[in-house]
Design a protein around this ligand. Sequence first.
Ligand code: PLP
Length: 401
Amino acid sequence: MNLFSTVELAPNDPILGLNETFNADPRPTKVNLGIGVYTNDDGRIPLLRAVREAEKARLEAAVPRGYLPIDGITAYNSAVQKLLFGAASPLLAQGRIATVQALGGTGALKIGADFLRRLNPSAKVAVSNPSWENHRALFQAAGFEVVSYPYYNAETQDVDFTSLVNAFNTYAPGTIVILHACCHNPTGVDLTPEQWQQVVHIVKERQLVPFLDIAYQGFGVGIEEDAAAVRLFAEAGINSFIANSFSKSFSLYGERVGALSVITSSEAETLRVLSQLKLVIRTTYSNPPTHGGAIVAAILNKPELRALWEQELSEMRERILSMRGNLVAKLKQYGANRDFEFVNRQRGMFSYSGLSAQHVERLRTEFGIYAVSTGRICVAALNTRNIETVAQAITQVLNTT
Ligand code: PLP
């Protein structure tokens, strides 16, 4: 009897599968808007100058490669806290945040999920509809039942806030609600500051457990502005989980840099929570890798490198915004039969374009333009060389159906 004879073939990841088809496409004019990475105007993933400088210094210092502590680099974790909560946050002074370095945002979500599962195995997890597809899969894999809450209204191209509130009001105490702190993936549509305040109020009143995912800090409005939701939960003193990722903001996708922060009620509680997070890490991958964390810590803690990074981050943000504006203008110029102004209101790397699965299929077969079948396009993959092709193709597909 062969051990693996009954093993079934697991389905392909839809987005990675799309990449494979894209790579095999021989058309020179092909464009990949299906991916979730930022590319610059040359269509390449940038290596930030701040990263290059920090790497040069590290290489020259020729540091030995010992193990890191289970929770990672101390200077990294404290820089993460300042970035998320603000250097002046009283929670920092009170020792009320437990932070551990993690393997990207995904690793942070996983450590948080495993810890929560030990804490409250019968809790339900609620994710937005739609959401980054790994949210559901990851929390299910951690053993939770996952439900979804209404989020996006395709007709208004906005948040369906009334339905979101109604759903939250039905949740049992202890329900874990996954919230995108900024630059919602896949829709690009965020809550307003007033809506965030209401969410904080409901979460507190109903004793829900907020788990904020912040993978695009600095890609929306700015570093501080994009952390506003995290800071509202912090100010309200709510026990919250925050998974942050530096994959996009430092363009360090493959280095796996992120962190999990947990807001506790006291310094003593922080110590206890931290000890449990370390237990999860120890039995999962023992301790995190050095390189990415050391580079990010150096950049965030050295004023010149930090200033350079902030400048490069704003350049990425501004480029995405200008691509949004260009796309809207060109679609109008070519006579697309719908108004795309909503694309200018969305934030972050993505746009729920409103294109149907059939439109997406035609874009791929007729024009070699790849997007996710839900109509999600990565605006950060548009550039001055491909935007004409994309706008013309979208217009053609829309106006001939
Ligand atoms: N959370 C959201 C909302 C994301 O969009 C992503 C990446 O696409 C992640 C988490 C994962 O980030 P990382 O690549 O750092 O694991």
